[in-house]
Write a protein that binds this ligand. Structure first.
Ligand code: IMP
Length: 425
């Protein structure tokens, strides 16, 4: 085994940051390969809280190099701000520790304006995006009018590209959405001063990783969002605009890998989702409210309350297959303490039939009825336990049942927010 890939097995917010942080011990490179500042990790190290949106969490460990791959979309304003905040907290964010692919596309002010204007206009049909301009930035990349980090080295090219992009964007903003158009000079004046800030960080991530591999160094690829938000394999159209599955580590960094990676799916002990879209096991009752309260289920990026529900094995099996998971890290098991009964969705009823697979039609997943298996709950808090054997029998049975249904081992169980509150099996 050489490298580690970490992906969310649900709809994001599984607690990936903590596991990345925990497993990066003997890793030299921590790499992001997709998404942008729609992600958000809150990491607590020695009681100190760090909130990261773009910078890989490896930055909190001395001696690690963090890479932002070409598959990421980077908001230069947010990037500069995050550097300032981290530096203010005493974290070394120098270009020797943090590097950005020169091919990374930049989120521009008009991407954010368009994202927000569309969501506002869509009213009840909205996706529930984070409003960070993620989708419009990936659209421009595919439309071949995107601005890449390397373009910051040529300010006249940058200005010309802004003008090209605004020609279409302003029509959309003004005519379709009734929003004030943006001026070329105004956008240029916001972005150009950030060039000197960003340019020292630019590199060829693909070559960096290849050199690291040859030198026998290890990389950890840190996925953002979750499998069911993948633009191809997720609950389309209620998805993000990038491929979140493990296979995108290659395209999103230019590193083909060794083929012998540990691919770890991060799975919350229950399920949450932010934004719109189908969620078969969602709870609209007091149990859902309890999970939200006890789990602190409010978005790290937007502060929105997360929708909460039971574990869904139909979707988990999809995650195992789509990512080629070799193991699962189970998070937030402690949040289930105090529930008398815990349900696991093991199949769906769809159009009068029992099915083990999610329907592929756009509105199919919203029309299924979960088939549940009931398990006894446990009352005691779990935060103080340090080994699997110490956990209450009902908690152990729940973990074993999930593992059995998923078909891959659960190798880590998290029972609290701190790095120490993690049981290795
Ligand atoms: P976008 O990525 O901002 O375009 O949002 C698309 C969908 O993905 C929305 O439902 C968001 O709530 C969801 N989403 C994006 N990033 C995250 C994340 O980091 N965690 C959970 N959901 C996310």
């Amino acid at each position: 085994m050489s490298n580690i890939v970490i992906v969310g097995a649900q709809w994001g917010d599984e607690g990936k940051g903590k596991i990345v942080d925990l497993l990066s011990g003997d890793i030299q490179y921590v790499v992001r390969f997709q998404g942008g500042n729609n992600a958000g990790h809150t990491i607590i190290v020695d009681g100190k809280k760090y909130v990261l949106h773009l910078v890989p969490s490896g930055i909190l460990h001395d001696g690690k190099v963090c890479l932002i791959g070409n598959g990421v979309v980077l908001d230069p304003v947010i990037f500069a701000h995050e550097l300032d905040v981290l530096a203010g907290q005493g974290v070394d964010v120098s270009p020797s520790r943090l590097k950005v692919s020169a091919k990374t596309h930049l989120i521009m002010p008009y991407h954010k304006a368009l994202d927000m204007a569309r969501e506002k206009a869509a009213a009840e049909k909205k996706i529930g995006t984070t409003g960070r301009g993620i989708g419009p930035c990936y659209e421009d990349k595919a439309a071949r009018i995107g601005i890449r980090a390397a373009d910051l080295a040529d300010l006249s090219l940058l200005k010309a590209k802004i003008a090209t992009a605004l020609r279409e964007k302003n029509v959309l903003l003004a005519s379709c959405y009734g929003v004030d158009p943006l001026g070329v000079e105004e956008v240029f004046a916001e972005i150009a001063p950030l060039a000197s800030r960003l340019l020292p960080y630019l590199t060829d991530v693909s070559s960096e990783l290849e050199a690291a591999r040859k030198a026998g160094k290890k990389a950890l690829f840190e996925g953002a969002q979750g499998t069911h938000l993948d633009v191809d394999h997720g609950t389309y159209p209620f998805v993000t605009s990038s491929n979140t599955v493990a296979g995108n580590t290659a395209a999103g960094t230019g590193f083909a890998g060794s083929g012998k990676d540990r691919i770890i799916g991060i799975l919350k002990a229950y399920t949450t989702r932010v934004g719109e879209g189908p969620f078969p096991t969602e709870l609209h009752d007091a149990v859902g409210e309890t999970l939200r309260r006890n789990g602190g289920e409010f978005g790290a990026t937007t502060g929105r309350p997360r929708r909460c529900g039971w574990q869904d094995i139909v979707l988990l099996r999809e995650s195992v297959r789509l990512n080629g998971l070799t193991e699962i890290a189970l998070t937030k098991l402690d949040v289930l303490s105090g529930l008398s009964e815990i349900k696991i969705c093991v199949a769906y009823e769809y159009r009068g039939q029992r099915t083990d697979y999610p329907p592929q039609e756009e509105n199919g997943l919203g029309a299924v009825t979960p088939v549940y298996e009931n398990m006894p709950g446990w009352s005691e808090p779990l935060e103080q336990y340090t080994s699997f054997a110490q956990l209450p029998e009902a908690a152990r049975a729940y973990v074993r049942r999930l593992e059995e249904l998923a078909g891959v081992p659960i190798t880590l169980v998290s029972v609290g927010p701190d790095r120490e509150q993690t049981i290795s099996r």
